[in-house]
Design a protein around this ligand. Structure first.
Ligand SMILES: NC(=O)c1ccc[n+]([C@@H]2O[C@H](COP(=O)([O-])OP(=O)(O)OC[C@H]3O[C@@H](n4cnc5c(N)ncnc54)[C@H](O)[C@@H]3O)[C@@H](O)[C@H]2O)c1
Length: 256
């Protein structure tokens, strides 16, 4: 029960395949109270049905491309729950055409959109949570990233650029929040079949290559990634900040 008595906010639940759901299951099993945010009022009924599996879990609608929406959501959460011990940012988006065409064809608007929603939103979340004084003394902020930030995976395209900005933001945020004893890290997950992943060209062949080449010869599950997130939320990871921790069955160490 490494998260006993901790309140964890999980941002980016869409359905039962979401990594956010794997993280929620892990946090819950480790003793946390779990709160969610999701995007789009249209998705409320489905999200509420899913999270009803967890006693007392509540979900708030929040579009992270708006500072005002983040602020309003966080104010409501603070009113109900007080200080938060951990936040998972499990959010990314790029325009479909930017994941279908060659990277060189990325539009100015598509580039800004991917970076704003997938990288800047993590900075905005940290900034607003800090300004509202809603982070507990030893809070832990975690985001999710992917190997495409440092290596070329044709089709990952502008999302790779956005993940590179996200990972660098993790390092700068860790320095800014370290004096408050708040830790900031990201988990670099191996590929998992989720709704977002479906948008990436030839995603199936990425899964096949990982299964064949990763040291552990298999793909990761959302729950396994969630377990690493839980570890980073826990006090067992008190000395870890500014890091990108790979949860990919070792695939990233392979040279061929
Ligand atoms: N699936 C993978 O292979 C994989 C691997 C490594 C990292 N990741 C990362 O994991 C995270 C979660 O993705 P997932 O694969 O679970 O897919 P998912 O589709 O289940 O989750 C993505 C979430 O982002 C949310 N979102 C998009 N735009 C938003 C906005 N403006 N405001 C608020 N929420 C918004 C969606 O509503 C959705 O809940 C993403 O950051 C993704 O890049 C995924």
């Amino acid at each position: 029960m490494i998260l006993k008595d901790k309140t964890i906010l999980i941002m980016g639940i869409r359905n039962k395949w979401s990594i956010a759901w794997g993280a929620a299951m892990s946090a819950y099993e480790n003793g946390a109270n779990v709160i969610f945010t999701f995007m789009g009022e249209d998705n409320r009924a489905k999200v509420e049905e899913l999270i009803s599996e967890l006693p007392n879990a509540k979900a708030y609608e929040c579009d992270v491309s708006s500072d005002e929406a983040i602020k309003n959501t966080f104010e409501e959460i603070k009113k109900t729950y007080g200080k938060i011990d951990g936040i998972l940012h499990s959010i990314a988006h790029a325009n479909t055409e930017d994941l279908r065409n060659n990277f060189i064809n990325t539009s100015r608007e598509g580039f800004s959109h991917a970076v704003e929603v997938s990288s800047y939103s993590f900075v905005a979340i940290a900034k607003i949570a800090n300004e509202l004084d809603m982070l507990a003394e030893d809070a832990s902020l975690v985001s999710l990233t992917y190997h495409g930030s440092t290596k070329v995976l044709p089709g990952y395209n502008v999302m790779g650029v956005a993940k590179a900005a996200l990972e660098c933001s993790v390092r700068y945020l860790s320095e800014n929040l370290g004096s408050k004893n708040v830790r900031v890290n990201a988990v670099s997950a191996g590929p998992i079949k989720t709704l977002s992943a479906k948008g990436i060209k030839d995603f199936g062949s990425i899964l096949d290559v990982v299964e064949e080449k990763a040291p552990l010869k298999r793909n990761v599950t959302a729950k396994e990634v969630g377990d690493v997130v839980s570890f980073l939320f826990s006090n067992m990871a008190n000395s870890i900040t500014g890091q990108i921790i790979y949860a990919d069955n070792g695939y990233n160490v392979m040279g061929i």
